[in-house]
Design a protein around this ligand. Sequence first.
Ligand SMILES: [Zn+2]
Length: 248
Amino acid sequence: MLGKTHRLGGIMIGSVTPIIIQKTLNTPINNITTFTITTIIGGAIGSLLPDLDHPNSIISKKIKPLSKIIREFAHHRGITHTLLGWITFGVISLIVSYLSINYLIGNINYYEKICMSIIGGAIASSTIAFIANSFNKYTHIVKKNKIKKISALGFLFGFFLVLFFDKKVLEYVPIYLLAMFLGYGIHILYDMFTVSGVPFLYPFSKKVFRFSRFKTGGIIEVIASVISIIITILALYLLFKYNIKLKM
Ligand SMILES: [Zn+2]
């Protein structure tokens, strides 16, 4: 499936994530707007991650070195599109979330502090790149080569913000990663609707999981996109309505 369709799926899951959290905790979320923007960007970026194994995917073009490393040991729709790949990402996310919470409560050594600042930088940089890219599609405000510079500045901003100033931003790391994790999952699910399918249980089983045999780039892209957009709008409507109700 195409990157732009996956991204819509990620945005969809990012809009649904705050509802799941609200329903589970049964309390209104403070700063619901910031919270939702965080999960939407997390979901959208997470939904592009599995295609790091493809040289021409949106995400591979953005983070070429990481894509190269992954392609050294994974062919397209290989390990990054499996349960094992998904769980590995989940475990890394859990460790990072654990570290950010530890940092928040001040229980962290110097090296972990640097690590957290790098993660803060990476999140700031990817967020800025994502926003700049999304707006650029329609407006071309930012020149293409400038996006790299802007995201590099974003990295420095996130790095120093976490290191010296406002570690409270780390509160958002676990939900960002949760949305990324769910976005990752929705990518694998969407790919199961295409003819190539997904070897979900590889390397334990070579069985290819597929629900239908649509061609990538065909009508399935339209169907998946429309469904994602409808659910996104519905989720955002319900989210804000429910949040207001809880606050009353
Ligand atoms: Zn894929």
